[in-house]
Each structure stands twice: as structure tokens, then as C-alpha cells.
Design a binder for this molecule. Structure first.
Ligand SMILES: NC(=O)c1ccc[n+]([C@@H]2O[C@H](COP(=O)([O-])OP(=O)(O)OC[C@H]3O[C@@H](n4cnc5c(N)ncnc54)[C@H](OP(=O)(O)O)[C@@H]3O)[C@@H](O)[C@H]2O)c1
Length: 160
């Protein structure tokens, strides 16, 4: 199973200057709880946006650079190879960023999308979903509070 996990704003913004543009601690917790113990597939830029590798997850990093060998990661040069190194009958997560979401969408079975109800200036965007291909099966609204500046909704889509 290939599961894409992302947080995107109303204008599909994902990030700017290789950083996220919001801080939603509950969404981080959800990301951690869903992905821990699993393979996570990411682009080289997303990998480099982390201060250090994420604990208890196998990192599969996609790059065109032949000599890119960060410690403890599996490095591949295509989305097909990234998927091929993951265990077949497990939940494997595509964690971004924008370039890799675009590449991985045709291979994705489920999308766990946190919709952030605000519009942000950004340089990286989540692909526009074709509503003929995806059905929304779960939606959980969350409201802003002292730790969360924006309302946000956890949306689960499955391929039709
Ligand atoms: N909101 C969210 O849920 C979320 C999640 C993840 C990331 N982000 C944000 O997204 C931004 C990063 O996304 P991004 O789109 O700039 O970069 P990215 O998708 O993380 O990585 C892009 C890199 O992947 C490699 N790549 C791309 N296509 C490839 C192909 N066809 N074959 C082989 N390698 C390929 C290239 O690496 P080389 O240049 O090394 O060849 C490319 O520079 C950051 O702002 C980050 O904070 C947001």
C-alpha cells in the first residue's frame, strides 16, 4: 500500500524556502504516529529540510545525484525504485515534497491530507487532485486554538 501524507493550504501551498510555513503540533503528532515504524519516501530537498533523520523510520531518498549517500538512508534515482525497495504488503508513506508528490501520485492508493484553512505565500505546491479519481472517505475538522493558528481538517482520500 502506498499512502501519501501531506499538509496543504487552501491554495495547495506546501512550503517556502525549503521549510514549512505553519506550525501545527497536532498534525506533527499525527504524522509521527502514522509513519513511525514504516518506510518513508521523500525527495532530497525534503530530506535536507529535517534537522536530523526522523527516528524509527526507514528513509528512502530520491535524488539524481550519483554520489549522494546520507548515512542510514536508502538512496534511489526514481520513484519506481523507491517503491520497489519498500516492503510490498505494508503501509509505505510518500512524505513529499512537491516534486515527489507529483511523481508519486499515479502510484498512490490513499492520501492522508491535512487541509490547512488559510492561504500562504509559497514556492512549493501540492498537486491538484482530480475529483474523478479520488473519493473522500473521512474528514475530521480541527479548530484553531492557542497552539494552532489556523483551522485544519484531516482528509482521507482513496483511489476510486
Ligand atoms: N506540507 C507538507 O506536507 C510538506 C511535506 C514535505 C515537504 N514539504 C515542503 O516542500 C518543500 C520541498 O519540496 P520540493 O518540491 O522543493 O522538493 P522535494 O520534492 O522534497 O525534492 C526534490 C528533489 O528530488 C529529486 N528529484 C525530483 N524529481 C526526480 C526524478 N524524477 N528523479 C530523480 N530525482 C528526482 C531531486 O533531487 P536532486 O536535486 O538531489 O537531484 C530534486 O531536487 C519544502 O518547503 C518542504 O518544507 C512540505
Amino acid at each position: 500500500m502506498i499512502i501519501m501524507i501531506a499538509a496543504a493550504a487552501e491554495n495547495n501551498a506546501l512550503g517556502k524556502n525549503n521549510e514549512l510555513v505553519w506550525h501545527l503540533p497536532n498534525d506533527f503528532k499525527r504524522f509521527k504516529s502514522l509513519t513511525t515504524g514504516h518506510y518513508i519516501i521523500m525527495g532530497r530537498k525534503t530530506f535536507e529540510s529535517f534537522p536530523k533523520p526522523l527516528p524509527d523510520r526507514v528513509h528512502v531518498v530520491i535524488t539524481r545525484q550519483e554520489n549522494y549517500k546520507p548515512e542510514g538512508c536508502i538512496v534511489v534515482d526514481s520513484i519506481e525504485k523507491a517503491i520497489a525497495v519498500c516492503p510490498e504488503n505494508e503501509d509505505n508513506y510518500i512524505i513529499g515534497g512537491g516534486e515527489i508528490y507529483n511523481l508519486a501520485l499515479p502510484f498512490t492508493d490513499i492520501i492522508e491530507l491535512t487541509k490547512v484553512h488559510h492561504t500562504f505565500e509559497a514556492d512549493t505546491f501540492f498537486p491538484k487532485l482530480n475529483k474523478n479519481e479520488w473519493v473522500l472517505v473521512e474528514s475530521e475538522e480541527n479548530f484553531k486554538d492557542e497552539k494552532h493558528l489556523y483551522d485544519y481538517t484531516y482528509e482521507t482520500y482513496i483511489r476510486k
